[in-house]
Design a protein around this ligand. Sequence first.
Ligand code: NAD
Length: 484
Amino acid sequence: MVSRVIPVNPFDLVVFGGTGDLARRKILPGLFRRFCAGQMPQDAQVIGAARSEMDAEGYRQMVRDAIHEFDGRRPEECPELEGFLSRLSYVQVDAQGEGGWQELKELLRKDTVKAFYFSVAPSLFGDIAERLKNNGLAKRDARIVVEKPFGRDLASAQALNKSLAAYFHEDQIYRIDHYLGKETVQNLMAVRFGNMLFEPLWNSQYIDHIQITVAETVSVGGRGGYYDKSGAMRDMVQNHLMQLLCLIAMEPPSKFEPGAVRDEKLKVIRALEPVEPHHIVRGQYDAQGDEGSYRDHAENPRSRTESFVALKCHISNWRWAGTPIYLRTGKRLRARTSEIAVVFKETPHSIFDDDAGRHRNILTIRLQPNEGMELGVTIKEPGPGGMRLVDVPLDMSFSDALGPDAEEVPDAYERLIMDVIRGNQTLFMRGDEVEAAWAWTDPIIEGWEARNDVPKLYDPMSSGPEDSLMLMHRDGRKWREIRP
Ligand code: NAD
């Protein structure tokens, strides 16, 4: 099966922070891959805009090196690289001063889509938005892209939204959560809303519970300073896990279009019940040796920031009353894996002998490492010896089902940047969604602070603290194993 690539319209994309880590690791290699795929038009223009003094040739060299380092292909495998680099230019811009803005304005062309990617610290968002306006660049059809973290609590998120809303309309603001750009996440919507099979069963009558796990093996490493002020709740749960929860739990939108999808996601967040303190476990990895403990990386050697969270939540509506959703994320865990598991109830009555066993269907949506879906179904164990039941997976891995081209699916950043150019906000968070997510998260964090909560220690390469296993165990359930 050959995937269809529809080129986007000619565009000028300005990457503020174009020399930074995110630009070098994700944004520019992602654009290069779209260029190679024929989706980025030959006459598109990408302008790096950052604080460093550099000319266009110096910038191209920096991007050449970044692509070799992060694209994963050898130089001889990238014959299109020089063509892509010729679409790049650079301007030294001071986000908080006036330097460079006029030059930037002169580089932008008429009659192209204009997008401004704010790949800088959030403290600069308002400054850049204001200068875009003052320099006549915040036209009605311009788009801005902003990165996480979008606030660290409700008040700061509201302030950020306000600082952008002063210069741009909501339909011009693209808040990126790269989890939404993953192929499987969109496939989840295709499976839910494109088949008759699942949706009638998608409720508390048939689903026992849902587990969402985002496990990382990495430590906080060099990000210790930033992470210590954040922690897993702010860094992962409030945004990525919350977005996955919304997509799995939302009502069918009337149309796959930005307003309808985002309205339904918002309703899920607003229907989330406050989390009981005993339904949440915080953890912090602890180890001696080369990589050390969390506290070795944090600025504060007595830090109480969590590198792990597991919690049980409930959505108060007709569809989900009585079906808990368990969320779990952490660093230095046994494997790097992200998955959603929808665990169905047992059949109401077994017609088989007791030793046939009772089984459940589990629909697993894997986001990484190998994106795909798997449906566990119960069948008879082959051979003589009576009726013994066994679970087998109906594997819906894209590459197996759709052929080798399926492996060429764009990564999340590539897809999302192309969506910005196309003007499609469906997979971006709306301001009210972000605020609602903070409104649910804030009391949890405030509760920890008020109680002076101490995170439970856990061993690296484990599944997290023992209490997280108990959270499930108390409910007669089990986390799925964290495995690669
Ligand atoms: P970075 O520190 O590596 O780069 C910052 C960039 O901002 C540089 O290009 C720098 O020149 C520019 N900059 C700083 N001050 C400026 C000023 N006054 N005027 C003009 N340019 C200025 O940061 P990063 O890791 O690339 O992160 C950028 C943003 O993306 C941050 O908000 C970060 O939280 C977010 N983010 C990063 C990652 C990642 O993997 N690096 C992932 C998710 C989100």
